[in-house]
Design a protein around this ligand. Structure first.
Ligand SMILES: Cc1cc2nc3c(=O)[nH]c(=O)nc-3n(C[C@H](O)[C@H](O)[C@H](O)COP(=O)(O)OP(=O)(O)OC[C@H]3O[C@@H](n4cnc5c(N)ncnc54)[C@H](O)[C@@H]3O)c2cc1C
Length: 414
């Protein structure tokens, strides 16, 4: 019999399961699908060591007006979703005010600064080295003024958090990616992040490592979770499973489970799409490139060149509306010789978000033996392993290097 049931086998749940199993707890990791096949598969695969600042809600009027126009590539919304989203978005806007945001960044940095080292541990342990590149990623700018502003901002991040960056001029960008076909003024290089050419495969490798430690992976529906005596019980394909503790690591689906348990957490999602392309002719993409003027990434993934889009504010369950993908694809084809689409239809996923941009990590306030690990927003692929370590340490009563108080669910329930 397991001692802990972890619900959700994305990068977060898998990492929690590994760190508990390493600490001698027997863990059952439950998902309705194969481990690592949802959001943790469809993302841009960047382990974002540089991302000390989570994405704030824009506060300047010009950007707000452009968003209201609803024609941007980086952010769009479903009109009909706005009434439902408004309370969470209002809180998101509130938390993004400069003074509050500064405090949030300082707390967020305690996680991000440890994220890459935690991946390094799991990459080595799971033998997944061949999936990882260690040359950072590049933000491309067509205009010199925008590039200068980005470099000045990167300088602030270096001064405050010691995160290195580099600058490339037009010639260096052309040498780096000879197949680009528009004039680029230059690029901001973040050398410290690592990139993963198949994020789902990395999560799956971590899950196999979990099994090699003696852990169990099971199929089942997290909706079957219920209290059972002093512990918890779920239905798996192989029958019921019971344990003293349970961890909710359901990513963008966490709100369904917490809602059933009576928690009114202000969770929301930012949907995002991806599509894979063959390169046209002999064109070759060597690096992860962010088109900073148009807010999308193109990345050389195992499945083809993956284009990922920005944020769509819509209920997770609403039908796909991949207009941002369509718009980004048009610009991307002008930037780089993309050939035909590889996938029959765009992949749709969702970043699990909270209004204060911080994940929820810690005990469930009103249910003994229940723990939360979700809400990792734009950086969950990066933050999975550090979340796993910190939550496991907290659960077994081990001293941890990070104070989890800023990530407690109570902050939304006062
Ligand atoms: C387009 C896009 C690009 C991104 N790029 C990056 C990036 O470059 N770097 C980065 O750090 N982050 C990135 N992210 C964010 C990152 O992908 C997510 O934050 C992260 O994957 C969340 O992981 P998770 O384990 O919480 O959720 P998930 O990976 O979604 O895992 C949740 C699991 O719960 C399971 N589940 C749900 N409901 C049930 C149920 N009822 N019963 C059983 N199982 C259930 C699902 O099947 C799933 O396996 C990106 C996100 C998107 C959408």
């Amino acid at each position: 019999m397991a001692e802990v049931i972890v619900l959700g086998a994305g990068i977060v749940g898998i990492s929690v399961a590994i760190h508990l199993q390493r600490r001698g707890r027997s863990v059952l990791l439950l998902d309705r699908r194969e481990p690592g096949s949802e959001t943790s598969h469809g993302n841009a695969g960047i382990i974002q060591q540089e991302a000390v600042r989570p994405y704030a809600f824009p506060r300047d009027l010009a950007t707000l007006l452009r968003i209201v126009g609803n024609r941007r590539i980086d952010a769009r919304y479903h009109w009909r979703a706005l009434p439902g989203l408004a309370p969470a978005l209002a809180r998101y806007w509130w938390h993004s005010a400069p003074e509050r945001y500064r405090r949030i960044v300082a707390q967020y940095a305690t996680l991000i600064s440890r994220a890459r080292a935690e991946h390094a541990d799991l990459i080595a342990a799971s033998g997944a080295e061949e999936l990882v590149q260690r040359q950072g990623y590049y933000k491309l700018y067509r205009g010199g003024a925008a590039l200068e502003a980005a470099l000045a901002d990167a300088e602030l991040v270096r001064a405050e958090y010691g995160i290195a960056h580099g600058a490339l001029d037009a010639t260096e960008v052309a040498r780096l990616e000879p197949d680009l076909r528009v004039a680029i003024a230059g690029a901001l290089h973040w050398p410290e992040p690592w990139t993963v050419r198949d994020p789902g495969a990395l999560a799956a490798a971590y899950a196999r490592y979990f099994v090699s430690l003696g852990g169990t992976v099971a199929r089942g529906d997290a909706a079957s979770l219920c209290q059972h005596g002093a512990g918890w019980r779920v239905e798996t394909r192989d029958g019921p499973a019971e344990a003293a503790s349970a961890v909710l690591a359901l990513g963008p689906w966490a709100g369904e489970a917490t809602g059933r348990l009576g928690y009114r957490l202000p969770l929301f999602v930012k949907r995002g799409y991806h599509m894979h392309y063959r390169p046209a002719g002999r064109a070759r993409l060597g690096n992860w490139l962010y088109d900073a003027d148009n807010y999308y990434l193109i990345t050389p993934m195992a499945q083809g060149i993956r284009l990922t889009t920005g944020a769509e504010f819509a209920p997770f369950s609403a039908p796909p509306t991949p207009v941002q993908l369509q718009a980004a694809e048009g610009v991307a084809r002008a930037l780089f010789p993309l050939g035909e689409r590889v996938d029959a239809k765009p992949w749709l996923g969702a970043r699990p978000c909270t209004p204060d941009m911080k994940p929820v990590i810690g005990p469930a306030p009103r249910h003994p033996g229940l723990w939360f690990a979700f809400g990792h927003g734009h950086h969950g692929f990066t933050l999975g392993p550090i979340t796993g370590r910190l939550l496991a340490q907290r659960m077994v009563g081990e001293a941890a290097p990070v104070d989890l108080a800023p990530f407690a669910a109570e902050r939304f329930l006062r």
